[in-house]
Design a protein around this ligand. Structure first.
Ligand SMILES: N[C@@H](CCC(=O)N[C@@H](CS)C(=O)NCC(=O)O)C(=O)O
Length: 216
C-alpha cells in the first residue's frame, strides 16, 4: 500500500495515524504541495499526480491492486471497514454518530478554510497580508475548536473513552495547524487532554509531521 502524503498536511496526518493505529504497513510517497513539480510548480499539481487524484490534493491511498482512494474521511472509513480491530468507532450507533460529528468539524468545516489554495487566493486575489491570514485562520479554527470542546464528554483519557476514535484521529492534526497560526489553546482542556493521550501512543508519534521522510 502507498500513501501519497505531505508531512505538514493535516489530512495526510489523519490517515497516517489511522493506518499506524491499525498496524497496516504502507510506504510514504512524498508529494510536496508548495514545490517539486515537473514544471517548477508544486508537485501535487503535476499531471502525473492528477492522474492519480484529479482533485490534486493529498492524501491519496494506493491499494495493492492499484485502486486509488482519495479524501481522508473516505479513506478512514475504508480503513475501519477493512481492518475492524482495533476499532476506531464505538459500537453504539448514537456514539458512532457523535464521534463522526466531531471528526467532521476539522475535516469538513475547518480544513478547507485554512488550506494552501484558500490562503493563496486570499493573498493574491484579495490582497490579504500575513496578519489578515492569521486572523482568518484563527477565527475559523477557533470556532471549530470551541464547538468541539462543548460537544466532547470528559476525556477518559481519549475523546470518547479508553481507546482512540476518529475524533482523536482528526483532532491531533488540527491542533498542529492551530498552533502554527498562534491560536491560544488554553480554553480547550478536553481537547488538549485527548491530544496528550494520543501523543503517548507510538502509532501517533510515528505519524507526526516531524517523523516523516519528507519533513523539513
Ligand atoms: N477534504 C480533503 C482535503 C485534502 C486537502 O485539501 N489536502 C491539502 C493538504 S492538508 C492539500 O492537498 N492542499 C493542496 C492545495 O490546496 O492545493 C481530505 O480530507 O482529504
Amino acid at each position: 500500500m502507498k500513501l501519497y502524503s505531505y508531512f505538514r498536511s493535516s489530512a495526510s496526518y489523519r490517515v497516517r495515524i489511522a493506518l499506524n493505529l491499525k498496524g497496516i504497513a504502507y510506504d510514504i510517497v512524498p508529494i510536496h504541495v508548495l514545490r517539486g513539480g515537473e514544471d517548477g510548480g508544486p508537485r501535487h499539481r503535476d499531471a502525473s499526480y492528477r492522474a492519480l487524484n484529479p482533485q490534486a490534493r493529498v492524501p491519496a491511498l494506493e491499494l495493492d491492486d492499484g485502486t486509488i482512494l482519495t479524501q481522508s474521511q473516505a479513506i478512514l472509513e475504508w480503513i475501519e471497514e477493512t481492518h475492524p480491530t482495533p476499532a476506531l468507532l464505538p459500537r453504539e450507533p448514537v456514539l458512532r454518530a457523535k464521534v463522526r460529528a466531531i471528526a467532521a468539524i476539522p475535516c469538513a468545516d475547518i480544513q478547507a478554510l485554512q488550506n494552501t489554495t484558500t490562503l493563496d487566493r486570499l493573498k493574491t486575489q484579495f490582497g490579504a497580508d500575513p496578519d489578515a491570514l492569521k486572523v482568518w485562520v484563527q477565527a475559523f479554527v477557533g470556532d471549530g475548536l470551541r464547538a468541539i470542546e462543548a460537544l466532547l464528554p470528559a476525556p477518559a483519557p481519549f475523546a470518547f473513552g479508553e481507546t482512540p476514535t476518529f475524533a482523536d484521529v482528526c483532532l491531533v492534526p488540527q491542533l498542529v495547524a492551530a498552533r502554527r497560526f498562534g491560536l491560544d489553546l488554553t480554553p480547550f482542556p478536553k481537547i488538549l487532554a485527548a491530544e496528550a493521550a494520543m501523543k503517548g501512543l507510538d502509532a501517533v508519534q510515528r505519524a507526526a509531521p516531524e517523523a516523516q521522510p519528507d519533513a523539513e
